[in-house]
Design a protein around this ligand. Sequence first.
Ligand code: NAP
Ligand code: 12T
Length: 337
Amino acid sequence: MSGINIAIVGATGLVGQEFLKILEQRNFPIKSLRLLASHRSAGKTVTFAGADYKVQETTDQSFKGIDIALFSAGGDASKHFAPKAAKAGAIVVDNSSAWRMDKKVPLVVPEVNPEDVKKHKGIIANPNCSTIQMVAAIYPIHKVNPIKRIVVDTYQAVAGTGKVAIDELTNQSRQVLDGQETVPHVYPHQIAFNALPEIDVFLDNGYTKEEWKMVEETRKIMHDSAIAISPTCVRIPVFIGHSEAVHLELTEPMSVEKARHIIHHAPGVHVIDDPGVSLYPHAWSAAGQDDVFVGRIRLDNSHPCGLAMWVVADNLRKGAALNAVQIAELLVEMELV
Ligand code: NAP
Ligand code: 12T
């Protein structure tokens, strides 16, 4: 096919804007581009590759003639419009959590399970940001020495919650420094100068939904329902870039040198690991980058087969828009579109 007809649902959002940057940077073969959002943004102008586009309100009729629809407008919009888009003949790559655990919907990280895209029935799901960066880093280890258990603690940026959360952290930071009271709107408590162990809603099992997404999605992507996983997801006052302390229990012991060698050769992963000179990945320097960064690779001395590491990525890029565009690229490469 000579060029793809693309629609972006949620084009005015943080992830939507990242979609546009990445499509341009990677020279995605676009034939036409339709930018969709809610009625609130209808008529606004958005620039792509030097040309102006008018944003349209998303309706059931928005998807005629579209080959690939990149969705990032929240779960409700995905639940309603993704089946409509698929019915109109588009392949949906959906960034929300609405379809991820549906048995008919592949959940794909191109470095881990690219072949799963072939099983799609019109909708392909992009995993949760925290899951994507973790599996990209640990899957190459899992392939040679199966992971039996993962304990992971996340340090998540506010960009994951969208534009309103960027504003909330900005405003509250100013207010605290000026000695003023803050009033939380987006999160249950003040996020400036704080750390909140609550991302998405609490479930009956004591975990949050964000934590449980990491459990279920990791198993689905790695095709291994037996891995035991215990996450704690924490929101911290960082604008962009999620960090994770990952503790693995492998089947056999693995040396740090071997683990570093494997991760070094993993696609889309970059090792930064020289603690003696304070070299390790961190959110500020990962923001705006495409790779998943790994450092602090060391033996976990609490278990004979234990390995610990620190994993950082830009949650709007590899954690959302980049991974979705890579899925779209797979569809083109595999001639599925
Ligand atoms: P955002 O900055 O708040 O932007 C939301 C976008 O969705 C805006 O373009 C908004 O349009 C649009 N929208 C809202 N309701 C809509 C509707 N009913 N129909 C059509 N468009 C609608 O949020 P964001 O950070 O870009 O994130 C958007 C979604 O992406 C999240 O809700 C989440 O589901 C998903 N996400 C996934 C990951 C991941 O882990 N893979 C990471 C971040 C986000 P208006 O401008 O008209 O309001
Ligand atoms: N609650 O796509 O607030 O499942 O950082 C991504 C990010 C859900 C998701 C967040 C969230 C998702 C967040």
